[in-house]
Structure formats: C-alpha cells, structure tokens
Design a binder for this molecule. Structure first.
Ligand SMILES: *Cc1c(COP(=O)(O)O)cnc(C)c1O
Length: 379
C-alpha cells in the first residue's frame, strides 16, 4: 500500500499573514478583552448572514447554552434534536435540565427528518435543534412551519454551515436563533469561539446578560453611581476575547473564498467516486448550497469500516467518522436512552467515513486519497 508523504488531517484552519497581523495589533492595543473588536466581529457576522443581532461567546457550546437559556428551556421541557451530531447539540439542553428527544435522520441527507420530529411532539415540547450536518442546511422550511404550528422555538446548530444557503437564504436567517462555531476545523476560526445570530431583541438581551455573569445596567444601578452594578441572574463568564474577535474579523473576509475552495474539492471528490457504485457520495437537497465543512461518504455494507479506517490512517490519510449517535455515549445511556432508538442514524454511523476536506487541500491530494481508498476497499 502506498503512503502519502505527509499526514493529511480531515480538517484544519487556514491562517495567513493578515490574520496574524490582526491578532498582533490587538496584543499591542489597550484591550485584550471586553474591547471594541467584539462588537465589530459580531457586526461582521450579523451583516454577512443578514441577521439583526449577533452575540459572540467563548465557544460554540457556550453559545448553544446561551440560546437554550434565552429560549427559557427548563426542567420538564423536551427539546428535539438529531443524533448525528456532536454531543454539544444535545448537552446544551441538559445544562438547562431539559429532556433531549432524538429524532431519526433522513436517509439521503443524514439531517434530521421533519416527519420524525412531528411524531415526537408532545405538550412538553419546547424547542427543536436541527443540525446542518456536514454544512448542508437541514430542511428548514418544513421545520419552521411545524414549529410555528406548535409554537416551538428553533435553534439551528450551524456549527458546520456558516456561508451555506437554503433556497436563496443564508443560514442564520432561517431559524429563531442560529449558532456558528469558530473551532479551527470549522468554516472560519477564532481558535475557540462561537456566536448566536437572531432577529429577536429579547433573546439578544438575555444572551448578552448570560454571557457576562448575569450582570446588567439597571435603572437603579445607574442612579447609584458609576461603580455600581447589579447581578440580576445567574450568568456565566462566556466572553470571547478581542484577540479572538480580531482573528474572526480577518477570517470573515475570506469565508466566501474558503467555501468556494471547499465546493470545488467536494465536486472533485464526487467525480472520483460517483462512477463507482460501491460508494454513496453526499446527496444534496435541491436549492441548497452546502458550506462543505465535511466530506462524508457511505461505504458499502459488506465493507469492514474499521479495517478500511485503519488502513487509511496508516497511509497517512486523516479519515474520521461523523458521528457516533449521541445517545450511544455512556452519559446518555445512563439516562436511559437505548440502542435502536434511531435506526437510520445507527445505520449511517456503521458505514460513514469522512475524508479530508479543507482549504489547504489540493486537487492532486483528492486524486491521491481517492485512489488509495478505491484500491484498498477491495482488499
Ligand atoms: C463544533 C460543534 C459544536 C460545538 O462548537 P465548539 O465551538 O467546539 O464548542 C456544536 N455542534 C456541532 C455540530 C459542532 O460540530
């Protein structure tokens, strides 16, 4: 078996001299945190997606926690999400003592299936957290319609899908609140970071408070004098720093270029695999443009995924698997969730394989990687 000269990770950041300079400039400025870069970064995100408000957080998980707080999720409330996601999409509900309900996925898109959501709605359902898996938007129109009918709040987990579009609208304009993550493998990075965008002023104000210890400038506090402030609710320190925000502002200028590169590479992968009936290449909903955070293929059922995975890692190809169904994790199993709950999600997990896709990857890498995979799958 051939080996690539260099290990190719499944995802990684793309940092240039402008990004580095932007960070250095903040380090020389008076404000490392709570400075002007935060609002500037928030505005760049809100303007890009066309939302009224954006609240930056220390990471995407904290942002999801903030959104669940703003939505008023509490004990006894049920929140429906997909099992094919990173655990944070469900954990945020648990932080608020809510109950997570997992709805099975659509076989073609691997995103949450709106018909499965509908079957699970009860008088206790409070919210839905659809996840834009791999960067492909969930089918948001029917989800929003269902939410409206049952008066549910929709928090879209767009960790993978900043820059993606659904029926001509950017992700961030579709749900009541949308989360984007800025972890290094995500569409743009702030090292660690996250944001919630929304058009709802009440949610916006609640999240601002939640991010900063629950402290607020009340009318009473203003009367007392400049030093006085009031903590009105139990908040957290979930602030992003100005160092991170400056990196984010600089990265946002390159987002569309990054997505263009990802789309071209994904198309190129498709071309390598589409003629081969052994592989199921990613299906795309009509009228959507994925952000292509991940390129995940489905292996044929007779293939031993573990064997293929290990072979490819030995060949220096950083394959990965997205995702272990969330309720399989011991924490959720202990809460009583059982295997078999979402059969389509489990089937996807058994044969899923994520191939490297990031902005530093070259078309020749795609050819090399595809060739090694095709040769080894038949061994
Ligand atoms: C990365 C990710 C998150 C969490 O974001 P962090 O910034 O890493 O906290 C949540 N949901 C999904 C689907 C993710 O991929």
């Amino acid at each position: 078996m051939k080996k690539l000269d260099e290990f190719i990770p499944y995802g990684r950041q793309c940092i240039d001299e402008e990004d580095i300079q932007a960070v250095v400039d903040v380090l020389r400025s008076p404000f490392l945190t709570t400075g002007p870069k935060i609002a500037e970064f928030e505005k760049s995100i809100a303007d890009y997606v066309g939302a009224k408000y954006a609240v930056a957080f220390s990471n995407g998980t904290a942002a999801l926690h903030g959104a669940c707080y703003a939505a008023g999720i509490g004990e006894g409330d049920e929140v429906i999400t997909s099992p094919i996601t990173f655990a944070a999409s469900a954990n945020c509900v648990r932080y608020m003592n809510g109950t997570v309900i997992f709805a099975d996925i659509d076989e073609k898109t691997y995103n949450i299936d709106v018909n499965e959501i509908e079957k699970l709605i009860t008088p206790r359902t409070k919210a839905i957290i659809p996840v834009d898996f791999t960067g492909q938007p969930a089918d948001m129109d029917p989800i929003m319609e269902l939410a409206k009918k049952h008066q549910l709040i929709v928090i879209e987990d767009g960790a993978h899908s900043l820059g993606a579009t659904y029926k001509g609208r950017k992700v961030g304009k579709l749900a009541d609140m949308t989360m984007f993550s800025f972890h290094p493998v995500k569409p743009v990075t702030t090292a660690e970071g996250g944001v919630i965008v929304t058009d709802n002023e009440e949610y916006y104000k609640k999240m601002l408070r939640f991010r900063g210890h629950g402290i607020e400038q009340t009318a009473y506090a203003l009367e007392q004098g400049n030093w006085y402030y009031e903590m009105t609710d139990l908040g957290y320190n979930y602030r992003m720093t100005d160092v991170q925000a400056a990196l984010g502002i600089s990265q946002m200028e390159k987002l569309d270029t990054f997505i263009g590169i990802r789309q071209e590479l994904a198309n190129f992968y498709n071309e390598q695999f589409v003629t081969d009936k052994e592989f199921t290449v990613p299906y795309q909903l009509p009228n959507t443009l994925s952000g292509w955070h991940l390129y995940s293929i489905k292996l044929p059922e007779y293939v031993d995924r573990k064997k293929v995975f290990e072979l490819l890692r030995e060949a220096n190809i950083g394959v990965h698997v997205h995702y272990i169904p969330v309720y399989w994790h011991p924490y959720y199993a202990k809460l009583g969730y059982q295997k078999g709950l979402c059969p389509k999600a489990e089937k996807w997990y058994e044969q899923a394989l994520t191939l490297p896709l990031h902005t530093n990857l070259l078309p020749v890498d795609v050819i090399k990687i595809s060739k090694i995979i095709k040769e080894n799958i038949y061994e």
